[in-house]
Ligand binder design. Structure first.
Ligand code: SAM
Ligand code: SF4
Length: 331
């Protein structure tokens, strides 16, 4: 089998697939209010078209899939896509990132179809702050979904929380305690630079600042880092002593992990990106719609060959941010 190795020796094994750029929430750090410029429906890949890309990507060495969006569960009968991907030889895990609003009723069909990991976004346990942040009063639906997901024996569940100054400081300890009570991990994601949110570095709360708050609360000795060795892990995870579950960081800004990145990203309209911050995309849709497998293969290989050293490392020391919004490329 051929492998997707870039000029820096990074082997690509993960494909993130954004299945829609639509979302029913308007998280202030992600999606602009009003009517963002959305893809025309006819330009969004069907499940069969996505599966065709995954089939070829798997032949080239992709082993892990993460479904994201926008909100992926807005795609009708998403379990059918999971089922198609689950049949593809070489795919070892299928994960999803969701806001959790629609998850409770859909979870059975998703896990039966092959979903084995889920990350649910939860930024606060305070209903008023949740409503202010996301423009929705559905916090209890999200919590119901988390509790149902945790009850599933073969599903690995984690929480994602944004790390944003003047918001997250107060949420850190309640969120960690919530995660511990469910024996799962909560991962704080440093707010990343996107033009749509008027980003500047002072808006991101860093892993170091969060760690200090955790140490002050739990004491430095009660936690240990658990996944130091894992190659390509974007998250640093810490376990609270004697407990199951814990907390972690996706420290894209303060500690970029570009040199261990193993990801490619497929946008809902069929454009492939080799980095969240890449300025060029590779349009697979025409080749997919012409059933041109050879061309799809060449474009995937080209995207890997042209991958630059590090998008996030560049952003950590530069004010530039791409004009694309997070909800379209998929976090
Ligand atoms: N709608 C789903 C959700 O909210 O989980 C999936 C898509 S969302 C874009 C995926 C993740 O990206 C979420 O966990 C969200 O918190 C994160 N995210 C969105 N905007 C971000 C930003 N500017 N910086 C860091 N993370 C961001
Ligand atoms: Fe929607 Fe997820 Fe973005 Fe929030 S973070 S607006 S839920 S896509």
């Amino acid at each position: 089998m051929s492998e997707l190795i870039d000029t820096f020796g990074r082997k690509h094994k993960t494909l993130r697939i954004s299945v829609t750029d639509r979302c029913q929430l308007r998280c202030s750090y992600c999606m602009p209010l009003g009517n963002p410029n959305l893809f025309a429906k006819e330009n969004i890949l069907s499940f069969e078209e996505i599966a065709m890309v995954v089939q070829i990507a798997a032949e080239l060495g992709i082993q892990r899939i993460r479904i994201t969006g926008g909100e992926p569960l807005l795609r009708h009968e998403l379990h059918k896509l999971i089922s198609l991907i689950n049949k593809i030889k070489g795919i070892e895990s299928i994960a999803m990132t969701t806001n959790g609003l629609l998850l409770r009723d859909k979870l059975d069909s998703l896990t039966e179809s092959g979903l084995n990991k889920i990350s649910i976004s939860l930024d606060t346990l305070d209903p008023i702050k949740f409503a202010n942040l996301s423009k929705s009063d559905s916090l209890t639906d999200v919590i119901d979904s988390i509790d149902y997901a945790v009850s599933k024996p073969n599903l690995k569940v984690s929480l994602n929380s944004i790390a944003m100054r003047n918001l997250t400081e107060q949420e850190i300890i309640p969120l960690i305690e919530f995660a511990l009570s469910r024996k799962i991990f909560v991962r704080f994601i440093e707010l990343m630079p996107f033009e749509s949110i008027n980003w500047n570095s002072s808006k991101s709360l860093t892993a170091g600042e969060i760690l200090k708050i955790v140490e002050e609360h739990f004491g430095a000795k009660v936690f240990e880092e658990i996944n130091k060795e894992r190659f390509a892990a974007s998250a640093r995870l810490f376990k609270i002593q004697d407990g199951e579950g814990g907390f972690g960081f996706i420290a894209s800004l303060s500690n970029p992990f570009c040199m261990s990145c193993d990801r490619l990203r497929l946008r809902a309209d069929g454009t492939l990106f080799n980095c969240l911050f890449s300025r060029i995309g590779f349009e697979l849709r025409p080749a997919v719609r012409n059933n041109n497998e050879e061309e799809i293969r060449k474009l995937i290989q080209k995207a890997v060959a042209m991958k630059e050293k590090g998008g996030m490392e560049e952003f950590a020391c530069s004010p530039f941010s791409p004009s694309r919004i997070m909800s379209s490329i998929g976090g």
